[in-house]
Design a protein around this ligand. Sequence first.
Ligand code: GLA
Length: 383
Amino acid sequence: MNLEHLKSEFTAKFGAKPRVFRAPGRVNLIGEHTDHDLGYVFPMAIDQAVYVAAAVADENIIRVRSLNEDEAIEIDFSSETRQSGWGRYVEGVARILLEKGIAVPGADLVIASDVPVGAGLSSSAALETAVGLALTELVGETIDRVELAKIGQRTEHEFVGVKCGIMDQYISANAVAGHALLIDCLTLESAPFPLPTDRYAVVICDTRVKHDLVASAYNARRRDYEDGIRILRGSFPELQHLRELFPSDFAGVESVIPEPSRRRARHVVAENARCLEAARRLGEGDLAGFGALMWESHASLRDDYEVSCQELDSLVERAREFGDAVLGSRMTGGGFGGSTVSLVARDAIEEFQSTISIAFEREFGHEPGFIVSEPATGACEID
Ligand code: GLA
């Protein structure tokens, strides 16, 4: 990211010297589609981030320019008009902060991002988090990082219409460099696990496809397993969330749930267990054991939760052909396009990228994108 360019664009447009804030995108290593049922997830922040140059302004409006979209908007709190597109993320955060009694100032913002959009790397959560941090810091408030994440999540629910969990905003606000975070989405506590990336690297492979109806399919999957939970209360009256069941408990009673709710719930139960087991293995330094669970996670998302697609499945199958050089590979994020995440031996990365690129282009007519990222730090002010 060219920060000098960001700052000079700000000064050219608004005539002041800005402060600059940054919030990262994320890649989830394991624990997929468990956060909305308040289960366990295991993401890390990536090097790519959203940057917000910001300064307090006189009028009671927020003027925002996006360098990526080459577009400017104005958020006027006294108006009923609502933003569309990327403006919803900024407006949602600002209005929710205001509702919480934070004296959101009139402000000028210039935003730039190098998180690829639609790649399943949470560019929107990074935007919400960076804007939330900027607006609170401008008025000298130190916002609690879990609170910041909740505001981003509420923005998705109330201004975008995706009933997402808290993973993306949580990791963007709280990530620890060099570590992945095991997050308990019920207690909202987390534990950092050092990720040993000396021999193996985290390689993200972006299909560069985004299938339609992601938001409605996302919400529909959620409704499916929630129906399953209601039925399971016949056998487990105290049941609140699927994390309370072991896969063996679930196997004993799943036949009472009709399809597709049964397989949706089966995924969530199994994925929570896998996520905890993955953290345990990583804690013991067993990266290969961690990777083994990533393959299982993919199969479950493909067959039971049904949020994968041909492009993602093809990338995972090709990764498997690398034998010991790839410890694990799976789709990451919401699905229906987006990216896979793989643990690839450092000395095999070049071959991995070139072989997969050629095969993928032959199959789907375009090259995938690649990102190799170290676990990055969470949202902060820079400069
Ligand atoms: C999206 C949502 C997250 C999470 C993932 C799937 O990224 O925003 O809350 O549900 O999908 O794990």
